[in-house]
Design a protein around this ligand. Structure first.
Ligand code: ZN
Length: 340
């Protein structure tokens, strides 16, 4: 299954090769042309000669992870996050480090040794380390180098009747949706951009959009679901299982209202539930794309995702299928429908 392979692959910001290789193999037979730009974005194109608006669909390949920043005398590894990782979720998680995928455990002082005030606060990054089973610096240096990335090891699994669990649904779920969309035939030019370095500031999307020069763009994402115990209903940014969601605004972009309304009315038309994201936090590739050249109308269609940016996240299969149906209908109804 593609989504399983994509989430179990490792690709931190700037190190997306494994994910890109997998996607290139999958997408090459589906498109007219495919290339990798200088930043590492994978850009696939269909119907480039056709008339009609040039559509850019984007999903980012990178995932949040950790970077090795020091090797201690006792063989333990010090690290920093790459992208927004909550340090409170790290202790006792398993990771793999570097290209050799050396297994490791994120460690910290055990509870028996903590003083009462220490037990009341979470560990800071400087108090944690990765234990790869070495007892000397030189031993660890044979397995790991400074700058290596460490990745969470969560495997893909079905969860309950309609859910999936895995690492890196943000944004491998968007990548999988984009591959599915490239399987169909359309009458307009469609560019699929699998972007790099989103998690460190929407960097790849900027050069990808400049190269494509699209008329409009839809970003396929995974986004925060806060439908968890203790969070009142009206504070749920999105709810898992209630349909994919559209964004009015986030930290990076105010989405194009006509494009958002178009996607919303298509969802209604084909009977797929859709939610409006009830928060304005976070940023997406839409922010970088919208500001490209003289501006690009952009929207975000995202899947509600619990525990996002942690070692494990949860998605709804129905939300995923719903997003696919909305985007297929949107693309198939172009160009006869004037979007903008
Ligand atoms: Zn994302």
């Amino acid at each position: 299954m593609l989504l399983k392979r994509l989430t179990e692959a490792c690709g931190g910001p700037g190190h997306e090769k494994e994910v890109r290789d997998l996607l290139r193999q999958e997408v090459t037979p589906l498109v007219d042309s495919i290339r990798t730009d200088a930043m590492g974005n994978l850009i696939a194109a269909k119907n480039t000669g056709a008339s009609g608006p040039k559509i850019m669909l984007a999903a980012h390949m990178d995932e949040v992870c950790l970077m090795i920043m020091g090797i201690e005398k006792n063989g333990m590894l010090k690290f920093r996050p790459v992208g927004g990782v909550d340090p409170r979720v790290l202790v006792a998680k398993t990771v793999v480090v570097g290209e050799k995928r050396t297994p490791g455990v994120i460690g910290a002082k055990p509870i028996h040794l903590q003083k009462p005030p220490e037990r009341k606060r979470p560990f800071g990054l400087e108090e944690m380390y990765i234990d790869i089973g070495c007892s000397k610096e030189e031993e660890a240096e044979r397995l790991v180098s400074l700058g290596d990335y460490a990745y969470f090891t969560t495997g893909f699994e079905n969860l309950g009747a309609d859910r999936w669990k895995a690492k890196a649904f943000d944004d491998r779920a968007g990548c999988a949706l984009l591959v599915e969309l490239l399987r169909s035939q359309y009458t307009t030019p469609v560019f699929g951009a699998f972007t790099v370095q989103e998690e460190v500031g929407l960097r790849g999307a900027a050069t990808a959009a400049y190269g494509i020069d699209p008329d409009l763009a839809v970003v396929l994402e995974s986004t925060t679901a806060s439908d968890t115990p203790g969070s009142p209903d009206h504070k749920h940014a999105t709810t898992v299982g209630a349909g994919p969601c559209l964004t009015f605004m986030d930290r990076s972009v105010i989405t194009n209202p006509k494009l958002v309304n178009r996607l919303r009315s298509i969802a209604e038309d084909i009977g797929v539930p859709v939610q409006m994201r009830r928060t304005t936090t976070g940023g997406t590739d839409a922010g970088a794309i919208a500001l490209t050249r003289s501006g690009v109308p952009a929207a975000v269609l995202a899947l509600p995702c619990r525990y996002i940016h942690s070692p494990v996240s949860v998605l709804s299969r129905d939300d995923y299928q719903g997003a696919l149906k909305i985007m297929q209908a949107f693309l198939q109804r172009l160009p006869e429908s004037e979007v903008l």
